[in-house]
Design a protein around this ligand. Structure first.
Ligand code: SF4
Length: 317
């Protein structure tokens, strides 16, 4: 039963109430860049998967409320097994992360005898059998750093093709054609051309999870953390942002004098399951706690730490 500074969970709680309860209960709030703007505003830290992993190893408090999807929550928990990690919604899952099973990875590994690079958007079981993991921010660095010309890459076929393009290595996607993010994979030429026609001076920033047929329109291809930096290197005033549209809030905050144009179809239903109301309930009731078996957490920690080691010393490519 909650006692101090009691708040009734109304249909529309105020951001300041949610923040206050988090402080009173001793939670820090970590959120992914694709969360809704109100949640980004109350978070202590907002970032992409790589930034979240870096931040997760530095957490000093005993309690973390995480706003994102389940594979990210598992990673935060693996790096903080001694802490309580809660999420507002159970089953806020990523279809791409769940498109591949551990057995499939092991079968490909046997077939090709090549190292497995697992994109962070994969299940805990898949990460546990990977040789190393990567995020979209460091996939190119991680694959470049491996002492081999052939790698198996799972599960995103579009990111695999981008990494192959940049590194010149043979990057074999597993599971193949069925590995993609529905938010990024289904952007159409028509949508981009319509925006380019309307905003003729705009530059295009695209996430590497989009297919190569869409990357061809981009002035810049990069992860969301790399998109945060790009406008500071460009003279453009308008940017068409080809990634999940939650990213627009962060870009607007960073560059209030520029215009960021979303692709309206790019909405991740799973990321948007979190809202102020269920976040407030989660804090008051201190649930849902993320649980991860010890054996999986050790494996995940190992591959995340190996990735961070490589990322701290970026290789030339
Ligand atoms: S944006 Fe795509 S990859 Fe990210 S959580 Fe949503 S479905 Fe998964």
């Amino acid at each position: 039963m909650y006692e101090r500074g009691e708040v009734i969970v109304s249909t529309f709680p105020k951001p300041e109430d949610v923040r206050r309860i988090a402080d009173e209960k001793g939670y820090i709030i970590m959120a992914h860049n694709y969360q809704i703007e109100e949640l980004q505003q109350i978070a202590d830290f907002v970032g992409d998967s790589l930034q979240l992993a870096r931040q997760a190893i530095k957490v000093k408090t005993d309690k973390i409320l995480f706003l994102g999807v389940d594979f990210m929550a598992d990673m935060i928990k693996a790096l903080n097994m001694d802490k309580k990690v809660i999420v507002p919604v159970k089953g806020s899952t990523c279809p791409m992360a769940n498109c591949l099973r551990r057995e499939d990875v092991l079968r490909f590994k046997d077939m090709y005898n090549a190292p497995v690079v697992a994109y962070v958007n994969s299940s805990a079981e898949v990460k546990a059998v990977a040789d190393i993991i990567c995020t979209s921010a460091n996939a190119v660095d991680v694959v470049s750093a491996l002492d081999t010309d052939v790698v198996l890459f799972c599960p995103d076929k579009n990111l695999a093709s981008y990494v192959a393009e940049v590194t010149g290595k043979k990057v074999i996607p597993i599971p193949g054609d069925s590995g993609y993010c529905y938010v990024h994979n289904y952007v159409t030429d028509e949508e981009i051309l319509e925006l380019l026609n309307k905003y003729r001076q705009a530059e295009v920033m695209a996430h590497p999870e989009v297919p190569s047929s869409i990357r061809k329109y981009a002035n810049f291809v990069g992860s969301t953390s790399q998109m945060e930096k790009y406008p500071s290197t460009s003279n453009a005033k308008e940017f068409i942002v080809v990634t999940e549209k939650g990213m627009i809030a962060k870009l607007k905050k960073l560059y209030p004098d520029r215009t960021f144009i979303p692709v309206h179809s790019m909405n991740c239903y799973n990321m948007k399951k979190n809202n102020l109301k269920n976040t407030l309930s989660a804090l008051i009731e201190e649930k849902y706690e993320v649980e991860l078996p010890e054996e999986l957490s050790g494996d995940i920690k190992r591959v995340v730490e190996r990735m961070l080691e490589i990322t701290e010393k970026p290789v030339q490519h």
